[in-house]
Design a protein. Sequence first.
Length: 277
Amino acid sequence: MNTSKVINHIVNWLKSYSIKSKTNGFVVGISGGIDSAVTSTLACMTGLPTLCIQMPIYQSKNELLRSGKHIKWLNKFENFEEEYIDLTKTFESFSKSVAKDHKNDNLLSLANARSRLRMTTLYYYATLNNYLVVGTGNKVEDFGVGFYTKYGDGGVDLSPIADLMKSQVRALAKELNIINEIIIAKPTDGLWDDTRSDEDQIGATYDELEKAMELKNKKISPETLEGRGLEVYKILDNFYNKNEHKMIPIPICKIPKELLNNLSLIHISEPTRQAEM
């Protein structure tokens, strides 16, 4: 991969999209992870106003430290703007409102609610400033396993790094001189009170998933695999099948023309009650 040219391509793509959409700039959520660090840097490199927002909800100390360090690092860009919105009390209020009758089986629903609260916050500021909400998902998350929250971190206007594998995002991070502590940190979605990582939840590392995706794209039969390779392939396949609905456009119920025409004819030809009288 020609890393520097990929960086220039993404920066130009972001700037071009903003101009075409007649928007004023970008808003990016900062988590302390590599994906949001790379994405926010690329957005800042466009020269357009870029608002970066930290939105902690019971966030771990390490995540807060990394996101704070990245925010300071971004201050070198004149077009950089920042906000710190602590959503913990908002989340607590929401949790108390909805969790009265199902306290024992709502953990995943509440975890996804954190992501959706952050999405709502990003769009509040996007609307306020006529900015675009920039997605931070990579190719493995977005199209391999669907490891994101629908209408949460998946609710965005554009996705500049969604065609890049995690290893390629790391290469961009190194080229951009992103803080090494962020580059080597274990990926986490920041939706739980404990320290579980993405890889803990998925059951495979991103490097393993990349290899499985390559095999799947090449239509390599899983029957030719064995051991850990086969195990990871099945993990990828299971996640894809479960989350495919997130990755495809929203289904639209298409009404056959003959039904629409018949409905119109019936509506026109039926006499009104007043005419019958």
